[in-house]
Design a protein around this ligand. Structure first.
Ligand code: UDP
Ligand code: MG
Length: 311
C-alpha cells in the first residue's frame, strides 16, 4: 500500500489545526493509502506547538517539527519534504483554504492516470483585496517573461507528488527557495485541478504586503538572472541617444556656425554613460554565470530509465 505524507506549514494556526486534522482525516478514510502528518511549526507564538504535541500524543501518525523561530513557509515546506517518508507527498495549508476533498482527485490523477504530480490552481481570487490580486497578476506576468519554465498564475503550493518528483525538488539545494518555480523547473507530468477560492477557516492571513513584496522580488531573483541583461539594452539606448545628439550638433553647427556648450556636452555625456552601462552588462554576464554555478542545480532530472519500465 502507498503511504501519503501530508506536510502542513503552520504559523500561529491554533484556531485551525484541529479542524484541519479532522477534515483531512475524514477524507483519508476514503483513500486506499496509509498516511503520516508532518506539521511544521514555523516559529509560532501562540498555542500551535502545544496543540501539535497533544495531537501527536493521541495519534502516532502525527509527526511535527518545530522551528526555533519563524523561517518562512518555503523553509517549512523544505523541512517537511525532507522528513517525509511516504511514496506520495502532499503539501497543504493549515487554514483549509486547500480543500481536503481534492486529495481524492489528486490521488486518482497519480494512481490511475499516471501523472507525477497533481497541483491546484485557484481560478478566482474572490474575497481577496483587489489591489493584492492586481499585484499578484502583475507579478506572474513579469516572472513569466523571464523564466524558461512557466509559473502558473493562481497556482497554489497545494499539490500531491510522487517520491520521484519530491526527491527531484529536494535535490535543488538553493537557500533562497521559490518553490512555485522549482516545482515547474523539475519537470515531470503535472495535472492541474481548478477550484474557486475558499475563505480561511479561522485566524488571519500570515502575509503582510511587505512579506508578499519580498516574496515576489525574491522569486524573480531566484528564478532568473535575466534582469541583469537590462544593462545591455540601456547601453544601446544611451549609445543611440549619443549618436543622435552628435548628428544634431553637426547639423546645428553647419546651419548656424556655432553650437552652445550644453549641446556639445550632451553626446559626450550619453556616450560615457553608455560605456559604463556596457561595462556593467559585462560584469552582469559573469555574475550570471557565477549565480548559476553557485545555485548548482542539477544539470538534468531523470524521469525514467530501463530499471523503472516495468513498475
Ligand atoms: N505559513 C508559514 N510560515 C509563514 C507564513 C505562513 O508556515 O511565515 C503557513 C500558514 O500557517 C499557512 C500557510 O503557510 O498554513 C499559508 O499561509 P496563509 O494562509 O497565511 O497565506 P494565504 O492563504 O493568505 O496566502
Ligand atoms: Mg491561507
Amino acid at each position: 500500500m502507498e503511504k501519503l505524507s501530508i506536510i502542513v506549514p503552520c504559523l500561529n494556526e491554533e484556531q485551525c489545526i484541529r479542524l484541519f486534522y479532522e477534515r483531512v482525516n475524514e477524507v483519508l478514510r476514503t483513500l486506499p493509502v496509509e498516511h503520516e502528518y508532518i506539521f511544521v511549526d514555523d516559529g509560532s507564538g501562540d498555542r500551535t506547538r502545544k496543540i501539535l504535541r497533544e495531537l501527536s500524543d493521541g495519534d502516532e501518525r502525527v509527526r511535527y517539527i518545530a522551528f526555533s523561530r519563524n523561517f518562512g513557509k518555503e523553509a517549512a515546506m523544505y523541512a517537511g519534504m525532507k522528513a517525509a517518508t511516504g511514496s506520495l507527498v502532499t503539501i497543504m495549508d493549515c487554514d483549509l483554504q486547500d480543500p481536503p476533498e481534492l486529495l481524492k482527485d489528486m490521488y486518482g490523477g497519480i494512481a490511475d492516470e499516471g501523472y507525477d504530480c497533481v497541483a491546484c490552481r485557484r481560478t478566482t481570487r474572490k474575497n481577496e483585496p483587489r489591489i493584492r490580486s492586481a499585484f499578484a497578476r502583475l507579478f506572474y506576468k513579469i516572472i513569466n517573461r523571464f523564466t524558461e519554465v512557466e509559473i502558473v498564475d493562481g497556482a497554489r503550493d497545494f499539490r500531491m507528488m510522487t517520491r520521484k518528483m519530491t526527491d527531484a525538488v529536494l535535490s535543488i539545494r538553493e537557500v533562497d527557495r521559490f518553490s512555485k518555480e522549482l516545482f515547474s523547473w523539475v519537470g515531470f507530468k503535472t495535472k492541474w485541478l481548478e477550484y474557486e477560492n475558499v475563505e480561511r477557516a479561522g485566524g488571519s492571513t500570515k502575509w503582510s504586503f511587505k512579506k508578499l513584496t519580498d516574496y515576489a522580488v525574491n522569486g524573480i531573483e531566484s528564478a532568473t538572472s535575466a534582469p541583469l541583461r537590462i544593462n545591455l539594452w540601456a547601453a544601446i539606448l544611451f549609445m543611440l541617444a549619443a549618436l543622435g545628439f552628435a548628428i544634431a550638433d553637426i547639423a546645428i553647427a553647419a546651419s548656424q556656425g556655432t553650437v552652445t556648450e550644453l549641446f556639445i556636452l550632451l553626446p559626450v555625456l550619453f556616450f560615457m554613460a553608455a560605456i559604463i552601462l556596457f561595462g556593467m552588462f559585462i560584469m552582469g554576464e559573469y555574475l550570471r554565470k557565477i549565480f548559476g554555478q553557485v545555485k548548482a542545480r542539477p544539470m538534468y532530472i531523470i524521469s525514467e530509465t530501463e530499471k523503472d519500465k516495468d513498475k
